[in-house]
Ligand binder design. Sequence first.
Ligand SMILES: *[C@@H]1O[C@H](CO)[C@@H](O)[C@H](O)[C@H]1NC(C)=O
Length: 934
Amino acid sequence: MANPVPATFSTRANALLRKNLTFQKRNKKTNIRLTLFPLIICIILVLLQNLVDNLLDKPKFKCGCVCTTNQTTCSDSEKVCGVKYSDQTQVLACAIPNPPEWPPLLQLPGSEPWYPPVYTMLFTADDHYFGQIVSDNIFPSNVTMDYTDIMASLASNVLGSESTPDTNNFLEPAFTSDLPIYYLQTRCPLDNIAFPEIYQEGTPQQDMESFTYEIAGFTVDQEIRCADGINLWRDSSSVINNELYEGHEDNPIVSAFDFLNSNENGFNVTVWYKSTNKGVTNFGPTALLRIPRSINLISNAYLQFLRGLGTKMLFEFVKEMPKSETPLRIEIASLLGVLFFTWVVLQLFPVVLTSLIYEKQQKLRIMMKMHGLGDGPYWMITYGYFLALSVIYMLCFVIFGSVLGLKFFTLNDYSIQFVFYFIYINLQISVAILLASFFSNVKTATVTAYIGVFGTGLLAGFLLQFFIQDSSFPRGWIICMELYPGFALYRGLYEFGQSATSGSNMGTVGMRWQDLSDSANGMKEVLIIMFAEWIIVLFVAYYIDQVSSTGSGKSTIFFLKGFLKKPLSSCKKLSIQRQESNVLAQMEKPDIVQEKEKVEQLLLEPTIDHAIVCDGLKKFYRGRDGNPGKLAVRELFLAVPRGECFGMLGPNGAGKTSFISMMIGLTKPTSGAAYVQGLDIRTHMDGIYTSMGVCPQHNLLWESLTGREHLLFYGRLKNLKGSVLTQAVEESLKNLNLFHGGVADKQAGKYSGGMKRRLSVAISLIGDPKVVYMDEPSTGLDPASRKCLWNVIRLAKQDRAIILTTHSMEEAEALCDRLGIFVNGSLQCVGNPKELKARYGGIYVFTMTTSSDHEKDVENIVQQLTPNANKIYHLSGTQKFELPKEDVKIANVFQAVEVAKRNFTVFAWGLADTTLEDVFIKVAREAHAFDTLS
Ligand SMILES: *[C@@H]1O[C@H](CO)[C@@H](O)[C@H](O)[C@H]1NC(C)=O
């Protein structure tokens, strides 16, 4: 009979896909939680946005207008809007088409206890004489006020203020704050120094100019006071440096100049200024500095040195750029959202990871493989499946966000968003697949993954973002950090947020493709990094999976083969030595020798009748940590024809499971070979899987799939289709008593132990496999189920080879055509149950129970029957003897008992032939004795 047609790639892929979909359908809670998470996050952000919008909708934050008539209501013509408010927040919001002009000011250092205050300028030059002349021109000796043109007067005097400048010049704080404005001249009139109490009483003074002044549309009553401005010569710039550093107690220093090599042919000057308010902050733009006036002062002084005092370079006013109305708006989704959205996207990672690890932990992956699901379809479908899941999830996320009107989504180009999210979810799935090889426990993986998700978000939000905003932080390091996928994700979302915020502030759009070429936009690097990582991680993940997964026919570290050869061969030598003694022992057993000859014969002339042929299979486990190695399977020769059920008996630890593991491709034989349907297990495991069924010792089932779904899935893997599939599933459910009471449609997680066991057997038999391995199929079954299971196996063995291990002698006798007793890694005997009993039996067991007074009499009777009798059991009147069959006739035993009954009271007696159990114990004991001898 030909091997069954293996299922095509698409059939297997289809089977897996359907199973996955059913599985996903069952995980309702996860699905709902997954879909709701982005929705909830978006709703929270929308609510927060509304809250903030409401807060900002106060007059305090809006550009308001006031009535010039000092009333609460007035017509538009009486209203003034904009800079008239002394509050910067409102100035920021208003439209200012014609910014006011402010007289230029010097920045004066901290306030001065004396009156008049004294402000110092330090200077030095290569040429002392030149320096002296030029610096003498800096301060005027008196104030010149022209009250008809106040603006010009203010500009031509040297004015200064101690107030702190703002970030813009729409409102000059010097004219709105309470701090005085000073005009500096070489020497203020002396009267007030002589009579300081006059000043304190607030009477008008000579050295104070007072005038009314129209600026920015409103009238100021402005006072300007006199202050002494003095120039001090210093020998070198380093002296100046020290003095600036230490500070000047009495005379605050306004600024300092070094004329360097200047002379009448050229002007070359260094200007020192106080930069307290300068510096990038995280909270807003840099404050302005009042430097221009000091540069203008020094230039003017030089000009006057060249051209005479009449020449003047007038610095007339300072004026901010005009601007349109800019309502204050805080885009919450773009500010806070980045962190939340990072979590939303990362959310998928634990889902994918745990799902992969679940199949690995429950050994379902191997189970599927053993039933013919190759690596190709498995990875294709698994990957495609998670990709589809992620795409749907991300679509929900973007759609929710867009429908709720979050600018984060609506302003940025959707095609960039699509590319970004698509690459990222691919990378995420690849990373999950890679990490899945390093975890084996779902719980550990879940906990680790969630800690990773939240930790990544927080680290990115508080560390990465800080670095991104700090322009002095090296870009290279940021790129290095972005190599970690979570940070790359954060950076991408951050860029979306930034673009959305600026787009929303300026009333334009967010990120467009052409913005990627902007060097400040980190999106391009992120996309490149993520794409490259996706490809690399995918390959590494596939490679590691190939290497670590069992039964794929590839060595664990095939590229290291050369290095490993030597230690392996020394192991072999050791085992060969041990082997020889064992082979000698086997030589004596004709049945084992016969089996070996049969195998050799079959290898020479292969026939299709024998489904399983083992040719000297051997498995050696190398010792670890100094423990000696273990030879789990010694040279094993076995041929199982089709239609036979071969029972494997043996004590625990005899090597049965090692043998089965090799046959089903979980481990590789150390040496020797085995052929299943003519295919070598060392090289063609994938081919063997298509015609193999396995019922493992532990049930490998999906908790949330029903019995029927399990059978449908494995049936499809075995290339059953349409009505044939349905029929096969129905039949198998009926046969294994899983049909009634809706059992078939209950989730396997809710099955009893026996039901799971029967389902496992049904799985191993579905799809007409030619070779079936059953590892203790009836453990945990009640007698009725066991009977029904036996019937199924009896029926099933008609045209296939079954290898079955069991501890139940009853089962072995009922099901197996041949038995092998497996002890210490090798078969001790092979034959059908009757033969074995005859060969190893040869005794009757005679039991008699009397009162304890007559024990001696019983012994005498037995001695008369045969002197070779052997007492094996004795307890308060009950005795058991072994009687060699050749010495006793059954009739004689009956006669002896009759005689005994006449002489004393016999409570009970019995004579039994050897059971399989006796054979088993005997063989095991002999083998053990031999082993300890050798
Ligand atoms: C200005 O002074 C600096 C410092 O002494 C000097 O290096 C530079 O050459 C000077 N420039 C000119 C144009 O003389």
